[in-house]
Design a protein around this ligand. Sequence first.
Ligand code: NCD
Length: 313
Amino acid sequence: VGDWQGKDVLTAEQFSREDMELVIDAARRLAGALRSGTVPETMHGKILATLFFEPSTRTRLSFEAAMLRLGGRVVSVAEAKSTSVAKGETLEDTVRTVEGYADVIVLRHPAVGSAQAAAAATHRPVINAGDGAGQHPTQALLDLYTIAEEKDRVDGLTVGLVGDLKHGRTVHSLSQALSHFEVKLVLVSPDELRMPEEIVGVLQKAGVQVEQTGDLRTAVSACDVLYMTRIQRERFPDPVEYERLKGSYVLTEELLARAEHDLTVMHPLPRVDEIDPRVDSLPGAAYFRQSANGVPVRMALLSLIGGSDPGIG
Ligand code: NCD
């Protein structure tokens, strides 16, 4: 189980290449076990708590499905207003309470740094399922797994990250995860929504070749993988600014015809208008395969944190 047992998962910056390869290998075996109906019940007798104080479809349901597939059970909060948070309880007190009910805690919360704060309040492993415009490290693991599955490798690829790179936590985590591989990153965003300087710094320090541009067309021709993201409306203090920047990039069949090679299109979802639905039927459109990959990857993660290598049982 490498270094995963009992660990918090707070930011992609904590991952080594070995950590990520261990999860990818385990996820691949678990995907096989799901197909053949031979999943090991590594979480039997354990309870997972999913605390979601921001909307979610994929992350919460795939964590819960993963836990159930492994023979574990789930208790869940899907809305802040259904908890004592609505009465003014602090996150620390909520987490200290949930510690008494569950073995592992998955948290999504609007505040940057909330997962760190939660982890400091409990001895249970805390998994960050998105802290505001901060990080979304388990999404990075499933994104990496998806790239490896779709492309049969990660090293040597040129990956384009497109859209709201300022507020998008998935691209913050994914770019840091990719910095351990030999990749080239093309960062495509409007000027106002560029990747935060401190993350660009981390990438460059890791030796990643980084190109920043506002032009999606160039990226379509240059990239092996195009990772589209939604302009994150809920992070804009000024709705007028959102209205001005939404619709900055729309990936269409016509635009994709410029790619002379097999371009893989990814998206963490939900999409608003940044990928034309006619793209969905193209062979390179990987985003629904990507969301399905959330289950074996989160199974691998839960198993390893719980202390079982799912390959050994
Ligand atoms: C993303 C998120 O919540 O950060 N969704 C997800 O977890 N798959 C992306 C987004 O909301 O745009």
